[in-house]
Design a protein around this ligand. Structure first.
Ligand code: SF4
Length: 338
């Protein structure tokens, strides 16, 4: 189903070759969401309790604020004891392998631990507060999305609410949740949080936004973003491996990386692709995204150098960088631009 691009000149197996394709198929009869085993053993409840303890001196993400979120104190992510949900619905704009034909059960958390000046969801991530949501309610939302037929539960911007997510999944699993979980992240995650998610998350979907610390500081206000992203994506791959789909093309387990192509090649696309191919896997599934548009503070007139959409030549150069690095499971979105 996914518009995979493969290229024999890069010495990779073609997806149409049955033996190679089999490497990336997880038959639905052999799949069970990861968290169910932890739920049966009682480990998921124990993990939730351990995760919640981490809120007392919050080091949940790399910002290391140290505030007591159990006492509802807040810091960089403006989120206290309870997650804030902005909206939730079956999403048909995600990758084919996630949206399928009944949608990806997407839950958008409000607030964020990054400050992307170009944020494409600025209202949700930085401007407006969502509804504080109890763990019971968050579990109900997952079950509602399952009941309307969604193929997965897709947590968007969850880096600052990992304990609350685990707590809610434990409740939802007891009440009959059976869908794979997608952790849809900026990759500005702490190793501690990711280790708590080991065996809970089925599909990791990290962005890799910037390779260098200078643009990271300027555009997402986190100089250590590249280091955190590299560390996080390695750990996600260690836990779940390369992306595997069932016979119908629906994602079941593994890592799907997103890379947003930026104007003027400021993201360091070439280095990111080389890292993925050489230090993660040449079989890493990557979505090379073309939809950058001026938004957030950029659309208010600041950051003139990125106050435009990308051109098709810039997009082609990004694709070429991926292929040259040896990646071949590439999802392509043709840019609506010159
Ligand atoms: S999750 Fe929020 S409070 Fe905790 S370290 Fe990150 S930004 Fe700070």
């Amino acid at each position: 189903m996914s518009p995979l691009e493969t290229d024999a000149s890069y010495n990779r197996p073609m997806a149409s070759s049955s033996s190679a394709a089999d490497l990336f198929v997880l038959p639905s009869g052999e799949f069970e969401p990861a968290y169910l085993a932890l739920s049966r053993s009682g480990e998921l409840r124990r993990r939730a309790a351990e995760a919640l303890e981490r809120l007392r001196h919050c080091l949940v993400c790399p910002r290391d604020c140290g505030v007591d979120r159990i006492a509802d104190k807040t810091a960089a992510c403006h989120t206290g004891r309870y997650a804030q949900v902005s909206t939730y619905f079956p999403h048909f704009g995600e990758e084919n392998c996630l949206r399928g034909w009944r949608g990806s059960g997407t839950i958008f958390f409000s607030m964020c631990n990054l400050r992307c000046v170009f944020c494409q969801n600025y209202d949700i991530s930085q401007a407006q507060r969502g509804s504080e949501t109890s763990p019971q309610r968050l579990a109900e939302i997952m079950l509602e999305l399952q009941a309307v037929g969604c193929h997965n539960i897709n947590f968007v911007t969850p880096e600052h609410v990992v304990p609350q997510v685990i707590e809610s999944v434990a409740i939802a699993a007891d009440r009959g949740l059976r869908l794979p979980l997608v952790y849809n992240t900026s990759a500005y995650d702490s190793l501690d949080s990711l280790q708590l998610l080991d065996g809970v998350v089925d599909i990791y979907m990290p962005d890799f936004k910037f390779w260098d610390s200078e643009p990271s500081l300027r555009y997402v206000k986190a100089k250590d973003y590249p280091e955190a992203a590299r560390r996080s994506i390695r750990e996600m791959h260690r836990q779940t491996g390369v992306l595997k789909c069932d016979e119908l093309g629906l994602a079941k387990r593994g890592v799907l990386v997103r890379h947003l192509v930026m104007p003027g090649e400021i993201a360091g696309t070439e280095s990111i692709m080389r890292f993925l191919a050489s230090e993660v896997s040449r079989d890493t599934y990557i979505n090379v995204m073309s939809q950058y548009r001026p938004a957030g503070r950029v659309s208010e007139g600041q950051f003139a150098e990125i106050n435009r959409r990308i051109g098709s030549k810039e997009y082609d150069r990004a694709l070429e960088a991926a292929r040259r690095a040896g990646l071949w499971r590439i999802e392509i979105q043709r840019p609506p631009c010159p």
